[in-house]
Design a protein around this ligand. Structure first.
Ligand code: AMP
Ligand code: MG
Length: 336
């Protein structure tokens, strides 16, 4: 199949909407990462998404809507807490897990009785949803297991020839996938951290619990509250190790290793005498989030045996960055 390159203008959006209405699959920009969109009502279109990505069948998708009104076809009820969260954080990088209706294709939620929904802020994404007149199920537009795509070029490097089209728009400005919160259980549970932080959520959900899988590896026999959390994820081809240490010790450690490269904070770059990429200032979690997936992809170009990544802080947006990096590293962490 030839993957069409569409512009993010009126004609490109019209073409994307036409493909989606006909059961095709199109990569679209969102503020978090690029998503691989398909009609949430079309079982066959959804199966194309799973196939193009090589995504495990038991890992459910997020449904994207443009207006609050669109939600009534998707969820059975929209409780008060959901309404308050939507008022505060939508449109934006927050996904809510709620009880689902039967209208949505059952493969979207991988057979669960709940569904994940989000209203994106990205203008192009919103226009595609409106033009198609459909709720769009859209997981990240990458091959399953590889770093999530934050640009149209990332999408093409994984999926060229496997999807109908990609909208060639600008890089995603958040850079990590949405925060996922389940309101289908009591107390509400943070399933995946993102740019909407636990601290921000607790202003509306004081009893929010953080799922164990956010920061640690589940045992083989443990059931994942968020199926996506149990898979190896975001991995460059090169072996990646997360290093928790203060700056001086991190640089000293990296400088002593053979055949390695580093992903470090900007203030450390001058102190490291190995190939090295910086992902922003130590305190600047937003920049780290925006750059990290691109740098994970770039780190394969160093042709070294290992990439050591200086671990970010675990609070605020840093928790989301840490959550992605610990998976990229296959849970290999060195504490110095
Ligand atoms: P992605 O679309 O690639 O960003 O992945 C979607 C994430 O949302 C995965 O981690 C899924 O496990 C999670 N998710 C989607 N639907 C549900 C659901 N109904 N219950 C729990 N987690 C979900
Ligand atoms: Mg993904």
């Amino acid at each position: 199949m030839t993957t069409l390159r569409l512009l993010s203008d009126e004609s490109g959006i019209r073409e994307a909407a036409k493909i989606l209405k006909n059961g095709g699959i199109v990569a679209i920009p969102t503020e978090t990462v690029y998503g691989l969109a398909a009609s949430a009502y079309n079982e066959q279109a959804i199966s194309k998404v799973f196939k193009a990505k090589g995504r495990p069948q038991d890992n459910p998708l997020i449904v994207h809507i443009a207006e609050l009104d669109d939600i009534k076809d998707i969820v059975l009820s929209f409780p008060k807490q959901a309404r308050l969260l939507a008022e505060r954080f939508w449109p934006g990088p927050l996904t809510l897990v709620l009880k689902r209706t039967d209208k949505v294709a059952s493969s979207v939620s991988a057979g669960l009785n709940t569904i994940a929904v989000r209203m994106p802020e990205n203008e192009v994404a919103r226009r595609v949803i409106k033009a198609s007149g459909l709720p769009l199920a859209a997981p990240s537009a990458n091959l399953s297991g590889s770093p999530s795509p934050t640009s149209a070029e990332h999408v093409l490097s994984d999926l060229d020839g496997r999807i109908d089209a990609v909208i060639m728009s600008s890089a995603s400005n958040v850079g990590v996938e949405s925060t996922v919160v389940s309101l289908a259980e009591n107390p509400p549970r943070l399933l995946r951290p993102g740019a909407v932080t636990p601290e921000g959520l607790r202003e509306i959900l004081p009893d929010l619990v953080v799922d164990k899988a956010v920061l640690s590896e589940l045992d083989e026999n443990e059931e994942a509250a968020s199926p996506g959390m149990k898979y190896k994820h975001y991995s460059p081809k090169t072996e990646t190790v997360l290093v928790e240490a203060e700056s001086g010790r991190f640089c000293e450690f990296v400088n002593k290793q053979e055949s390695c490269a580093a992903i470090c904070f900007s203030e450390e770059q001058a102190l490291i005498n190995k190939p090295c990429l910086s992902y922003g200032n130590k305190e600047d979690s937003e920049t780290q989030a925006r750059l990290i997936f691109d740098l994970l992809r770039k780190s394969d170009r160093f042709l070294v045996d290992k990439v050591y990544i200086h671990a970010p802080k675990k609070s605020g947006v840093g928790l989301a960055v840490y959550n992605r990096l610990i998976r990229a590293a296959g849970f290999k962490v060195i504490k110095l």
